[in-house]
Design a protein around this ligand. Sequence first.
Ligand SMILES: [Cu+2]
Length: 311
Amino acid sequence: MKAIFPTLLLAGAASAHTIFSEVAVNGVWQGKYTSATNGLRLPSYDGPVQDVTSNDVTCNGGVNPITYKSNYKIPVKAGDSISLRWTHTLTSTPQSDPEDPVADGHNGPIMVYMAKVGDAVTDTPRSGWFKIYEDGMSSDGTWAVQRLRANGGVVTVKIPECLAPGDYLFRGELIALHAAASYPGAQLYMECAQFTVTGSGSTVPSNTVSFPGAYSGSDPGIKLSIYYPKVTNYIIPGPRPFTCGNNGGGSNPTTTTTQPPRTTTTTRPPVTTTTTTQPPRTTTTTTQPPRTTTTTTRPPTTGGAPLYGQW
Ligand SMILES: [Cu+2]
């Protein structure tokens, strides 16, 4: 929070938080906070959780008490497409509030986790969480949160097709890193949706983490300055996403074992693309000077008017 950009932080950080406040299944929105069948556990206050060791990181609550608790489980099928809508407050819209879905400058990653439970309405599991989606910083330096803002607060993910039927909690998480240079500083925003998954899959991912437990205050993705030096290779916290057919089965890797594959996977497409098609490579080279220019322009930007609206 220390005033590298005092004006902007005062304008943006005091109350400009966010809530994962609505779910859609295959494009059909399930209802806002006033709906008893929205399947969500919602706080009325949009504040963050900053202590990553707190029980609040599971499904919020505690510092942001859950005031709207649905007793409904949203029926979904393995393979369905699920949209998450973040809003600045429970009542805001992008039309009514410039800080909806979240204030400009609350940059950071967006992740989705699931955990199989006995009863999605009553259980709040600490363990058994597997990640199904993550978006951090892309190679052009833009953040998941910027993409979220550009998309009206909506992120869409897919329920893994191989998942075994049953009740699951579905945990959407956005981390704002504008004040993450010291710990606690990163702002974690998470809510849980209650699902009953149907389908013919049989996989219960075994490569799971706990909340709390998945993150530590010293994680490079939790404690970092995103301003200086400018982040170029953001490391998203937690495990890499579960994918069907890869590590789907029984006795499988821990978080540590899974991480190398991720690097390999991430690296492969670029290599293949570059090797196979040389024109694209030229395109890439052409694109790089502009990027450098952008970087050079940023410091002045932060001092004065937000040229790109990113701070
Ligand atoms: Cu905030």
